[in-house]
Design a protein. Structure first.
Length: 252
């Protein structure tokens, strides 16, 4: 009985180990191909971003020719930047037919928006399956990008400003001195000139020292009181309502 069990275990191992290796090799090959595609997409996206910034230079040269954005995009810049970004990638050289040299880049017009272009990479991926063998798969990767050719009349750049709660002005600079609280230390006997802080000033305790903001009318028992910390929010200028510009930084 013991001998029969040992023989069946050997038979199961002979069947399970090859199957395990088959799936392991198939999965590892697929994973490496996915990594190669991810690296190609990342390099293509970064190259498209870089190329979009140079579209305005060609538009200056071709402004009188009436050409559209897909002819403005500099394919040479796209390929050079893609080549630099991708480098000597192990997964691309291993899993893509002819490696990096087997990747064909092209630029297509975006039918929905004439100010956009589509950078596309076309290549063949190697797929290897044990027993079945190795074969190629036609693959492609593309990135849609808006060419920077200046701001049109219909485009408006959002202006951001800084505001604080219960203030009647907005600030153009975060480092405006009006946004910085100047905290002064005073004698406790002077607290009658101020109102108590809603956070730390209601205890009514006697103290030799109080803290007040230079432009405030509230006294604090603690220098680290939250009432002495100003909340500054960054918002769009179109969202400030009837607030006026700060007299110190609003005209700069």
């Amino acid at each position: 009985m013991h001998i029969k069990n040992r023989g069946s275990a050997t038979l199961e191992a002979c069947l399970a180990v090859p199957l395990f290796l088959f799936f392991l090799l198939a999965i590892s090959g697929t994973f490496m191909l996915l990594l190669a595609e991810a690296h190609i997409h990342q390099s293509l996206a970064e190259a498209a971003n870089y190329t979009a910034e140079y579209c305005y230079l060609e538009q200056k040269v071709l402004s009188d020719s009436g050409q559209t954005v897909e002819s403005i995009v500099n394919s040479a810049i796209l390929w050079r930047q893609f080549d630099n970004n991708l480098g000597d990638d192990f997964y691309v050289e291993r899993m893509i037919e002819n490696g990096k040299k087997g990747i064909f880049l092209m630029v297509e017009k975006d039918e929905e928006n004439p100010n956009c272009f589509i950078a596309k990479a076309i290549y063949s991926g190697r797929c290897s399956i044990p027993i079945i063998g190795e074969f190629d798969i036609a693959l492609s990767n593309q990135v849609k990008k808006k060419a920077f050719v200046g701001y049109g009349k219909e485009e408006k750049v959002d202006t951001y400003v800084y505001i604080t709660p219960n203030q009647s002005v907005y600030h153009l600079r975060r480092n405006c001195t009006y946004l910085e609280l100047s905290i002064q230390q005073k004698r406790g006997t002077q607290k009658s000139h101020y109102s108590p802080c809603g956070f730390c000033g209601k205890s009514g305790k006697k103290t030799d020292v109080i803290y007040v903001a230079r432009t405030g009318d509230v006294y604090h028992y603690r220098r680290d009181c939250s009432g002495l910390k100003r909340t500054v929010s960054r918002v769009k200028l179109t969202e400030v309502g009837g607030l006026t510009a700060c007299s110190r930084c609003g005209g700069s």
